[in-house]
Structures are given as C-alpha cells and as structure tokens.
Write a protein that binds this ligand. Structure first.
Ligand code: NAD
Ligand code: UDP
Length: 339
C-alpha cells in the first residue's frame, strides 16, 4: 500500500482514480492548481469512499515545492495527470500548452530525481497515433501529432523514455487513453468542462440538460457504418481501474511499459446519440454539419497488450457510460459550482 501523488488529481480522471486507489488501500494525495477543476471534489470523494483525500494547491511547474511534497509525503509513485487538454485551444495558445505540459513534465521528472521517487504513470492519449494511423491502433505504431496538444503528448512520452535510459532506476507506465466518458455511478463526481465543450459526450450531456440547444454532428460522409465518425469510448470507471493496475505493476518491480486503455469497440456519433437518448429518456436535438478540421473517420484501440500485461479488460458498456453520464449531469447541471 503506497502513498501516490496525483498531479492534476482533482480533475476528471484524477478524481475517479483517487476513488479506486482509496478503495484498493492506497493513499492518494491530490496536487492541483485548479486551473480546470474544483477543490470541492475532495468532499465528493469522501462521500463515496469515507476517506477525505489530502489536497495540495500547487503548480507542477514549481519544482522546488514539488520536491518538498515528494519528500514530506513519502511518495512512492506519481500519476501525472496535470495538463491542458483542449485541442482547439492548443492551436490558439501553443506556448501555454508547451509550457504547461512539456515543461510541467520536465519539472515532475526533475523533482522525482531530487526526491528519489522512481515510479511514474503518465496520462498519454490515442492522439499520439496521429492522422495516418490505421485502426485498431497498436502500441508499436509510429507516433505523430496534428496539433500542439498532440505534440505535447508525443514529447512528454519521449522525454520520459529518454530520462529512463539515463536513470536506470526510473520505471514508467505510459497509458494511452482512448475517449474517456461517463462518471462515477453515484453521480457525485464527473466531468464538467468550462465553456463550450469540445468533445462529443459532454456536449450531448449539456444538450440533454438544456445548457446547449443542439449538437452539430461533424460529417456524415465518412466510410463508417452510418457515415459519422467512430471512436473508442471508455467508461472513466474502467479507465481509473486501469491506473491502479498500472501502478501496482510498477510497484511490484516490473519493467516500464506503454499500453492502450480502450475497449477495442468503435462507436459512431449517431450510435452514441441514440444510446444516450435511451439511457436518459431525453431527446438530443442534432443537425448534420460539415466535417471538423483535423478529424479522422475511425480511431479505436487494439486492447490486447493491456490485457496481457495488466489483465485489463473493460467492464462497462456504452449504455452504462450514457446512464452514468446522465446521472452526473442531471444532478450537477453546473458541475461542482453548486456543491
Ligand atoms: P482535467 O482538466 O479534468 O484534469 C487535469 C487537471 O490538471 C485539472 O484539475 C487541472 O486543474 C490540473 N492542472 C493542469 N495544469 C496544471 C499545473 N501546471 N499544475 C497543477 N495542476 C494542473 O482533464 P482530464 O480529462 O482529467 O485529463 C487528465 C489527463 O489525461 C491529461 O493529461 C489529459 O491530457 C489526459 N487525457 C485526457 C483525455 C480526455 O479526453 N479526458 C484523453 C486522453 C488523455
Ligand atoms: N463530434 C461531433 N460533434 C461535436 C463533438 C464531436 O460530431 O460537437 C464528433 C467528432 O467529429 C468525432 C467524435 O464526435 O467523430 C468524437 O469527438 P471528440 O472530440 O469527443 O473526440 P476525438 O475526436 O478527440 O477523439
């Protein structure tokens, strides 16, 4: 049982991972600058688990302070979630993205070396397969990126690999998430993006509660079952559980590894709309719109390596994802604001 620092720990995926870590007997410590989250999430985690996790307000760019935290909290592993993640915003503000995500990762690695922490789990993304990847995506595919956000993930991975060559005792797990959706089934924690959502599922959720009028379906002339884009949506509960398995594998003394976390099952935009309508009983107003620049027809995981290394397979269905997203969104239409 270990003390594990979650940078970006009060964010969407960090909060769900904290729940699983607590339920597995670990002690997660959530470090965040709250640029895209609320400290109120800690009370919600307590309501679910009975344990109030420690929250530290800090920027990962503050290497000196971070080093102190690693020492004083006796941290054995870091799960590095902290990053900016909006693709469109990264095109507008590339400096902010490289600074926060790439320099942030350098700072984390520097602090780990100074404090003698040897295990890191990185939030990577299927975006590193770029636009030329052919699904199902395998971990040994060449990496590329089509926007600054994607570039930061490719670079964060590369930096960690290079540092691990030089520091023989560093062990890493790169987790390449496909499309995380859904919420804790209690409806107490979930995702509430600030401003207009970029991603499909939060947009659908906000149409369902009346925050947005209608969804634009970006293209219906792709070579897929119904012409709309297909992705590999993974329930955030499955994803969070994957982190516990990954950190356990590292702490058990195994070698570094890189795995996809996805279901392996593609779902189209229209299939997702219909599943959400069924789960919520709401009608999701939508119109077909032109393709979104930079989008590809189909992205889904080859999930076999995660099965082999972590014995990880997903347990939640698309209907579960929609049901839980609806419970969260309908009970918290403004996210944690009213908490
Ligand atoms: P999120 O925005 O909810 O969580 C990220 C957290 O990091 C936020 O709480 C934010 O306040 C914090 N943060 C950002 N910069 C920081 C800094 N400099 N110092 C301290 N805290 C900082 O996002 P999420 O969906 O939970 O994503 C977590 C990670 O997973 C990110 O690295 C993201 O790129 C990656 N990822 C997410 C998705 C997705 O669709 N959600 C897909 C693939 C990969
Ligand atoms: N999408 C859509 N309308 C939206 C947002 C997304 O039709 O308002 C489509 C998008 O074109 C893609 C799928 O939904 O086919 C998933 O998009 P998202 O941005 O959630 O994930 P990503 O494309 O980054 O995998």
């Amino acid at each position: 049982m270990a003390n594990i620092l979650l940078t970006g720990g009060t964010g969407y995926i960090g909060a769900h991972t904290a729940v699983f870590l607590i339920e597995s007997g670990h002690t997660p410590i959530l470090l965040d600058n709250f640029c895209n989250s609320s400290p109120k999430v800690a009370q919600r985690i307590e309501q679910i688990t009975g344990v109030l996790p420690k929250v530290i307000e800090m920027d990962v760019l503050d290497t000196t302070a971070l080093t102190e935290v690693l020492k004083t909290e006796h941290i054995e592993a870091i799960i590095h979630f902290a990053a900016l993640k909006a693709v469109g915003e990264s095109v507008e503000k590339p400096l902010a993205y490289y600074q926060n995500n790439v320099t942030g990762t350098l700072s984390v690695l520097d602090a780990m070396q100074r404090a003698g922490v040897h295990h890191i789990v990185l939030s990577s993304s299927a975006t590193v397969y770029g636009e030329k990847g052919v699904p199902p995506m395998r971990e040994d595919a060449p990496l590329s990126a089509t926007n600054p956000y994607g570039q930061t993930k490719v670079m964060m991975e590369q930096i960690i690999r290079d540092v691990a060559v030089a520091q023989k005792d560093l062990r890493y797990a790169m987790l390449r998430y496909f499309n995380p959706v859904g919420a804790h089934p209690s409806g107490l924690i979930g995702e509430h993006p600030r401003g207009i959502p970029n991603n499909l599922m939060p947009y659908i959720q906000q149409v369902a509660v009346g925050l947005r009028e209608r969804l634009s379906v970006f293209g219906n002339d792709y070579p897929t079952a119904d012409g709309t884009g297909e992705r590999d949506y993974i329930h955030v509960m499955d994803l969070a559980r994957g982190h516990v398995l990954a950190v356990a594998r590292l702490l058990a003394g195994n070698d570094s590894f890189t795995v996809n976390l996805g279901t392996g099952q593609p779902v189209t935009v229209l299939q997702m709309i219909h599943a959400f309508e069924q789960a919520s009983g709401q009608t999701i107003a939508h119109t077909i719109a032109p393709r979104r620049a930079g989008d590809v027809a189909s992205v889904y995981a080859d999930p076999n390596l995660a099965k082999q290394l972590l014995n990880f397979t997903t347990e939640y269905s698309v209907n579960d994802m929609c049901r839980d997203a609806w419970v969260w969104q309908s009970r918290n239409p403004n996210g944690y604001e009213d908490a």
